[in-house]
Write a protein that binds this ligand. Structure first.
Ligand SMILES: C[S@@+](CC[C@H](N)C(=O)[O-])C[C@H]1O[C@@H](n2cnc3c(N)ncnc32)[C@H](O)[C@@H]1O
Length: 305
C-alpha cells in the first residue's frame, strides 16, 4: 500500500517491467491516484527520468506533493494543454490506470459507494461539472435508461430508470441503491450488489469517462517520442475497446501487395505492441486485491516516424 493511500496499484510488476527500459525524459502518470504506480516506477526507471503526476481529483495533489512528485492537477483529456503549460514537450512514457481509486470509492462523502450513505455527487473533480444528483433527479427516463444500459451493461436498465423517476427526489446514495435494488427482479440479478452496474454507469456519465479516454489517449500518443511507451489499464469493456482500437490503428502497417513498386495505401505503423493482445492480473494478485479482477493492460511503443 502506498503512503497516505489505501489504493493498491494494479499489475505494478508488469507496469515497471514495461517502463524499465526508459533511460531519460519525462514519464507521466496520468492517473496518479494514491501514487502507488509512481512510487514503484521511481524504483525502476533510470534516475534521470522525471516522473510527473496528473489527476483530476484535487485531493490527489497534496498526496503527490507529500511524496515529492511533480504534479499537474487536471483532466487527462486536456493533457496537451496541461503539458504545454508545464513546459513539457515530448514524453518518454505515459501511464493510464483508468477509473477510481480505493480512496475515492471508500470515502462516503464522494458519493461513489452504494454501501455507505453519502451525497449523490460522484465527481472525480468535486469542483466542476455535472453531479450524480443532476443525473438521477433531473434526467428524463429514456436518457437514464440509455446510460444505464450502455455504461452499466445492465439488462434491467429501463425498469431501473422508471423506478428512479417514480421515486424522485432521491436524497442520497443509499436511497438510490435501495430503489435500484428493488427494481431488479431476483431472477435477473447477477453477481454482486444489484446497484453496482447502475452506480458505475452514472459515474461514467458524470465524469464523461469514455470521452476522456478517447481524447487523452490520442493526445498522449501524439506526445510520445520515438521509443516512448504508453501503458493503459482498463476496468470496463468499453474503455478497453477504445484502447484496443487506438493501439490497433497505430499498429497498422502497409497493406500493399509486395509486387507493387510503391506504397499506395499510405499506411505506416506508428506503434508497436509490447504485450500480446492484453495482459490480465495473475490470480494471486486478484486474491489479494479484488479490484484488480477486471483489469486489462495494453501497452505500445512509438516507432520512428
Ligand atoms: C485507479 S486510480 C489510479 C491509481 C494509481 N495508479 C495508484 O497506483 O494509486 C485512477 C485515478 O485516476 C483519476 N482519473 C480518472 N479519470 C481521470 C481523468 N480523466 N483525468 C485525470 N485523472 C483521472 C482518478 O481521480 C483516480 O485518482
Amino acid at each position: 500500500m502506498s503512503h497516505g493511500s489505501r489504493h493498491e496499484p494494479v499489475m505494478a510488476d508488469l507496469v515497471c517491467e514495461l517502463f524499465e527500459p526508459i533511460q531519460e525524459g519525462t514519464l507521466v502518470d496520468a492517473t496518479f491516484g494514491g501514487g502507488g504506480h509512481s512510487l514503484r516506477l521511481q524504483q525502476v526507471v533510470a534516475p534521470h527520468v522525471r516522473i510527473m503526476g496528473i489527476d483530476r481529483d484535487p485531493a490527489v495533489g497534496e498526496r503527490a506533493a507529500a511524496l515529492g512528485f511533480d504534479f499537474i492537477p487536471g483532466d487527462f483529456a486536456d493533457i496537451e494543454r496541461l503539458l504545454s503549460a508545464a513546459g513539457v514537450e515530448n514524453l518518454a512514457g505515459v501511464l493510464f490506470d483508468f477509473g477510481l481509486s480505493s480512496d475515492q470509492l471508500d470515502d462516503p462523502e464522494r458519493g461513489f459507494s452504494y454501501h455507505r450513505r453519502g451525497p449523490l455527487d460522484m465527481r472525480m473533480d468535486p469542483g466542476s461539472g455535472l453531479t450524480a444528483d443532476q443525473v438521477v433527479n433531473t434526467w428524463d427516463c429514456r436518457s437514464l435508461a440509455r446510460v444505464i444500459a450502455r455504461y452499466g451493461e445492465e439488462p434491467s436498465s429501463r425498469r431501473i430508470a422508471r423506478a428512479i423517476v417514480a421515486n424522485r427526489p432521491l436524497a442520497d446514495t443509499l436511497a438510490l441503491a435501495e430503489v435500484v435494488a428493488a427494481a431488479v427482479p431476483a431472477a435477473l440479478r447477477r453477481k454482486g450488489h444489484p446497484a453496482r452496474r447502475t452506480f458505475q454507469a452514472i459515474r461514467m456519465a458524470v465524469n464523461d469517462e469514455l470521452g476522456a479516454v478517447r481524447t487523452g489517449l490520442e493526445a498522449a500518443l501524439g506526445r510520445l517520442e520515438e521509443g516512448g511507451r504508453c501503458v493503459a489499464i482498463s476496468y470496463h469493456s468499453l474503455e478497453d475497446r477504445l484502447v484496443k482500437q487506438r493501439f490497433k490503428k497505430g499498429g497498422a502497417d502497409c497493406v500493399c501487395p509486395s509486387d507493387l513498386p510503391i506504397c499506395g495505401c499510405g499506411l505506416t505503423a506508428e506503434l508497436r505492441p509490447l504485450v500480446n493482445g492484453s495482459a490480465r492480473p495473475e490470480p494471486a494478485e486478484v486474491e489479494i486485491n479484488r479490484r484488480a479482477r477486471s483489469a486489462r493492460l495494453r501497452a505500445v511503443e512509438r516507432l520512428a516516424a
